[in-house]
Design a protein. Structure first.
Ligand code: UT7
Length: 325
């Protein structure tokens, strides 16, 4: 049995429709909702986001990212023996988007399931895959974050609808004698469920409660900056490493101010932080693998670099994965 799991390929996919803040502000103005590029950039760092076309689901975005990750890893879909999709915007109530994506990849047989931890979904899914690889249950896993948050946005609520976007990112995680994932650290505290939620549910053939995203932005902001530092320190301690060992911090891409604050607390300069929130907005579980893949493909991240991946979001959930790339 191999002692480690290691990322051997990354991929990502954004739906083609891109809206700048000015584009979105113009669409919202037509519905009587007032916002501006200045407000969005100053408060969040977001400049643009992508929205999926009608009928395009999380599995459609995810399968594109998965194909690119497989290509980068030099693997065929038939070699994959585990598929985990992190999503809070699945194609349907059931079956899982992972099962649907598996079929779109043209394979069958291996286990496929979704992980639901909202914006922490990717670090949760990667942690599960790491454990399954290390215990010998899988040797070649696809771990995907895929979201169509545009489907759950209330475009009359300017405090949330300007923040989110659609997209997908994926990694191939393989059994390896070399590290690999060094440590993981996951948490949840359900007492904060109400500060970021989509409270609606299906019952008796109807949607009961609102099917739109609701957020107390300031409460989420305050919790996020505290827990991201804690999770990073905990993951470092478990691996016997220090902040100085981090080559790249890849935090969940929600707000540049949260990322700056986390970097400051970890004494990392911003040029060690991968930032894609400006171009993608907040893509929830897709944000970390999207950021990872864009930094790998741009040549920022190199083989052997030590990466700290950090997620935080609804649940309340948070966590970190420290790895040698
Ligand atoms: O993915 C999970 C993690 N999610 C997050 O990390 C989100 C965390 N929270 C945040 O990023 C920030 O709290 C927000 C970006 C959501 C909000 O920023 P803020 O600096 O906390 O703004 P605020 O909520 O205090 O609002 C300030 C003002 C308000 O006006 P008044 O009451 O001061 O007159 C809002 O009505 O900004 C107004 N405002 C807007 N104005 C123009 C709120 N949204 C907008 C908007 N355009 N889109």
């Amino acid at each position: 049995m191999s002692r480690f799991s290691r990322i051997t390929g990354t991929g990502s996919y954004l739906p083609p429709r891109r809206l700048t803040n000015a584009d979105l502000a113009a669409e919202l103005a037509a519905q009587g909702v007032e916002t501006s590029d200045e407000w969005i950039v100053e408060r969040t760092g977001i400049r643009a986001r992508h929205f999926a076309a009608d009928g395009v689901n999380a599995s459609d975005l995810g399968v594109e990212a998965a194909r690119l990750a497989l290509q980068a890893a030099g693997r065929e879909a038939a070699e994959v023996d585990l598929i985990i999709v992190a999503t809070s915007t699945p194609d349907m109530v059931f079956p899982s988007s992972a099962a649907i994506l598996q079929h779109k990849l043209g394979v069958a047989g291996c286990p496929a399931f979704d992980v639901q931890a909202v914006c922490s979904g990717f670090v949760y899914a990667l942690t599960v895959a790491d454990a399954m690889v290390k215990t010998g249950s899988a040797r070649c896993a696809l771990v995907i974050g895929a979201e169509v948050f545009s489907r759950i946005l209330d475009f009359k609520d300017r405090t949330t609808c300007v923040l989110f976007g659609d997209g997908a990112g994926a990694v191939v995680l393989e059994a390896s004698d070399e590290p690999g994932i060094l440590s993981t650290d996951l948490h949840a505290d359900g007492k904060h469920a109400g500060i970021l939620c989509v409270p609606g549910h299906v019952s008796g053939g109807q949607v009961l409660g609102s099917p739109m995203l609701q957020m107390d932005g300031q409460a989420v902001f305050k919790l996020a900056v505290g827990v991201l530092e804690e999770a990073a320190r905990s993951a470092l301690a478990k691996a016997g490493r220090t902040e100085a060992d981090i080559d790249w911090l890849i935090p969940h891409q929600a707000n540049i101010r949260i990322m700056q604050s986390t970097a400051r607390k970890l004494k990392l300069p911003m040029d060690k932080v991968v930032v894609t929130v400006d171009q993608h907005g907040n893509t929830s579980a897709a944000s970390i693998p999207l950021a990872l893949d864009s930094a790998v493909r741009s040549g920022q991240i190199k083989r052997g670099d030590t990466l700290m991946l950090e997620g935080v979001g609804g649940g309340f959930t948070w966590g970190a994965v420290l790895l040698d790339f």
